[in-house]
Structure formats: structure tokens, C-alpha cells
Design a protein. Structure first.
Length: 269
């Protein structure tokens, strides 16, 4: 139960371990907004500069509903959520709060994840959670594979490169991250050595390049360095979809990219 202290309900006290010293709080200063982030209309544009994507095929109502039901879940009482709490990363259906410390014991990161659509109905899940999460997962998967296909096209890879057996499924260690943000600010990206705030754009997804895609592109695409800050007065809800290589795949610079006097910058693993 103590691991679920970040519940939004009846929070009276934040443990000292969750409080960063003032000089380490990234959200204490007002950051400049990143105003030049490209917005890609998938009904018209190609994928050379995918960052925000609109006209992406996922309905606005589904995006709104899945954020709403996620908020409903986090508003549940701790007692109602305790049955799905797990620290086992192999469980696809779980609630968890991650806490990572540096050597001095200061808190570096904390986050909560809701159960996935594979969950059965329990008293812990809002009535429409499973249905909405399932529909959303299917639609974002379709969008993600389209994005990867367009990225592959831009890199000069053969069609279907990301659909084969090899790759069938905070920089992020994955291929891409598709992020649905609520209206509350918090996401920051590192650009030219400066942290910049990213304003949520209604009805759009933020697409982050992950480490695996940086390696496959042999450095042509760079993994997005980012961080998330808390808000003094408002809770921030996001729905994040990670598109990753299968655990049995070999991740390495694509042969099409390194064959023409372009030596690999990364080892295979």
C-alpha cells in the first residue's frame, strides 16, 4: 500500500524521498516553449520530420475517452487499485510506481502505469476501461506501423523493413514512442543543450525516436532526450505506447544504410 502513495485521492503528505532539492527541480523555472516543432499531417505530408502527427486516423473521441478513463483509474482509492499492483515487468497487466535513485539517494524518476487491455474486469478497473484501452491499442498500433513504414521510406530501406520477423513488434530504448498528452504541460525536450517546454497540441500525438531506431538508422535519426516535470496544482495524465523490437531480434544498423561508404557507428546486439 505504501508504494501507491502517489494516488491522487486524499493525498495528505509526500514522503521526503519524493522531494528533490530545489536546485535539482527541473520544473521550478519557467522554460521557453519549443515553438518550431514540426507538425506532420499524415493525410498530406511525408515523414522526414515527424514530431507531432495529426490527421492520423485515430478518432478524436477515442483519444479523449482513453485519457478520461485513465484519469478515472488514477482517481480510484488505493484499496481498489492494490489488487493489480505488481513490480514484475513480465506482467502485461499491472499498476506500478517506479522510483529510481542516484547514488546519493535523490529521487530521479517516478511514474504510474495503468493495467493494459489484457486485464479482465475487476473492481479496480472502470467499467469501460478494457474496451477503450483495447480499441486504442489497435488504432495506435496501426498508426505506429504506418509511421515506421514512412520513416523507413525516408531512410531508403526496403518496404516492410519493420514488419518482418526481425522487428515485428529517458531516451526510450524502443523504436518509437507515441505519446497522447492531456492539456497539462510537463514534457520537456533537450535541444542544443537547452531544456525547452513542449506545449500539448490538441488531437495530436507526440512521436519520439527511440534508441533502437537511432541504431538502425546508423545515427541519421537521433533518440529524443526528454524529461517530465510535475505540476504544483494540476495532475498530468498521458497515455504512452511503446513500439519495440521483439526480444529475439538483432538490432543493428540497417545494411541498406551502411553499404555505401557509411561505416556502422553501433555494434549489433
Amino acid at each position: 500500500m505504501e508504494k501507491l502513495i502517489l494516488s491522487r485521492c486524499n493525498l495528505r503528505h509526500v514522503p521526503d524521498s519524493y522531494v528533490l532539492p530545489p536546485e535539482c527541480r527541473p520544473g521550478e523555472e519557467e522554460l521557453a516553449l519549443l515553438k518550431i516543432i514540426p507538425v506532420i499531417d499524415l493525410g498530406r505530408d511525408r515523414a522526414e520530420n515527424i514530431r507531432h502527427s495529426t490527421n492520423h486516423g485515430v478518432s478524436k473521441k477515442l483519444m479523449s475517452d482513453v485519457l478520461e478513463v485513465a484519469e478515472e483509474f488514477f482517481e480510484l482509492l488505493i484499496e481498489d487499485k492494490a489488487s493489480v499492483y505488481s513490480e514484475d515487468p513480465k506482467r502485461s497487466c499491472r499498476l506500478y510506481t517506479s522510483i529510481e535513485y542516484d547514488r546519493e539517494g535523490a529521487l530521479l524518476e517516478r511514474q504510474s502505469a495503468t493495467p493494459l487491455s489484457s486485464c479482465g474486469r475487476t473492481r479496480s478497473t472502470p467499467a469501460r476501461y478494457r474496451e477503450l484501452a483495447g480499441k486504442y491499442s489497435v488504432e495506435v498500433r496501426k498508426l505506429s506501423m504506418l509511421l515506421l513504414e514512412l520513416i523507413g521510406e525516408g531512410l531508403g530501406l526496403e518496404p516492410g523493413f519493420f514488419k518482418g520477423d526481425e522487428l515485428n513488434r529517458h531516451g526510450d530504448g524502443n523504436l518509437i514512442t507515441v505519446l497522447l498528452q492531456g492539456p497539462v504541460h510537463g514534457l520537456q525536450v533537450l535541444k542544443d543543450g537547452q531544456w525547452l517546454a513542449l506545449r500539448p497540441l490538441p488531437d495530436a500525438f507526440v512521436v519520439n525516436i527511440g534508441h533502437a531506431l537511432q541504431i538502425i538508422s546508423n545515427g541519421k535519426l537521433r533518440s529524443t532526450e526528454h524529461q517530465v516535470t510535475t505540476n504544483r496544482t494540476l495532475a498530468r495524465t498521458t497515455v504512452v505506447s511503446f513500439i519495440s523490437p521483439s526480444k529475439e531480434s538483432m538490432v543493428e544498423p540497417a545494411k541498406e544504410i551502411i553499404k555505401n561508404h557509411n561505416p556502422p557507428l553501433y555494434r549489433s546486439f
